[in-house]
Design a protein around this ligand. Structure first.
Ligand SMILES: Cc1cc2nc3c(=O)[nH]c(=O)nc-3n(C[C@H](O)[C@H](O)[C@H](O)COP(=O)(O)O)c2cc1C
Length: 217
């Protein structure tokens, strides 16, 4: 085995930056907000990046990293191309999971639930706040489709820049999704792999009756 792989195998990270007691309240959104803010304050790089997993028609899961852009009292909002692989998978099966990893604080948050498209007015408002180059990029990229070569993309981009010399409208195939959770797990690393895991669970996205329980690490 090469030295680097041997070192990876033999490195046993000891988690010791915090603990999670049972008294974290009864509002998982408020607790997520608190942890998210603490990740931000700890200068966790890419604090709003998370892994989104979806499944296709053959139950094949696929995962990719996205940015969390907004939070409201119902759920977690991210923006993407509705015709992308994730978009097609979500239209077929509107359930997904999200995972955040805040290394600086040795924390993980796992979220599962239903996904829906947000109101077009909210997508419009967010799109309008993006830099011009990102707006043009959203039009130019036929996300997840095969591309002959990079030039094809750049030529498309140039044409779009000429087509929209001033305002760039939001492409109809681009916008936000909201994941409305039925389960949120807060994980805090602890020594000797005896981590703290507290899980909020509810029967459906319409219920406000969250149950809180602890899981074995
Ligand atoms: C740090 C990071 C943030 C990303 N944020 C987004 C995002 O907010 N929206 C998006 O569509 N893709 C984002 N991507 C690209 C996705 O990971 C992915 O490549 C793309 O959405 C296509 O995924 P799909 O083919 O599975 O649909 C990000 C990638 C990284 C590494």
């Amino acid at each position: 085995m090469d030295d680097f792989l041997k070192q990876i195998r033999d490195d046993h990270h000891n988690f010791d930056k915090g603990q999670l007691n049972d008294h974290i309240g009864n509002d998982p959104f408020a607790f997520f907000h608190q942890w998210f803010k603490e990740a931000y304050e700890a200068k966790q790089p890419e604090d709003n990046a998370f892994v989104l997993s979806t499944v296709n028609e053959n139950f094949q899961p696929s995962s990719r990293i996205l940015y969390l852009k907004e939070l409201d009292e119902q759920g977690f909002i991210f923006y993407t191309n509705y015709s992308s692989q994730k978009g097609s998978e979500l239209s077929l099966h509107p359930k997904a999971s999200m995972v955040f990893f805040w290394h600086q604080l040795e924390r993980q948050v796992r979220i599962e639930g239903l996904v829906e498209k947000i109101d077009s007015s909210i997508s419009d408002a967010y799109f309008a706040s993006r830099p011009r180059a990102s707006k043009l990029g959203a039009w130019a990229s036929h996300q997840s489709q095969s591309l002959e070569n990079r030039d094809e993309l750049m030529v498309r981009l140039e044409k779009l820049a000429a087509l929209y010399p001033d305002e760039v409208p939001r492409p109809p195939h681009w916008g936000g999704y909201k994941l409305i959770p039925t389960q949120i797990e807060f994980w805090q690393g602890r020594p000797s792999r005896l981590h703290d895991r507290l899980v909020f669970e509810r029967a459906s996205v319409w219920s406000s009756d969250w149950k809180l329980f602890r899981k074995n690490p």
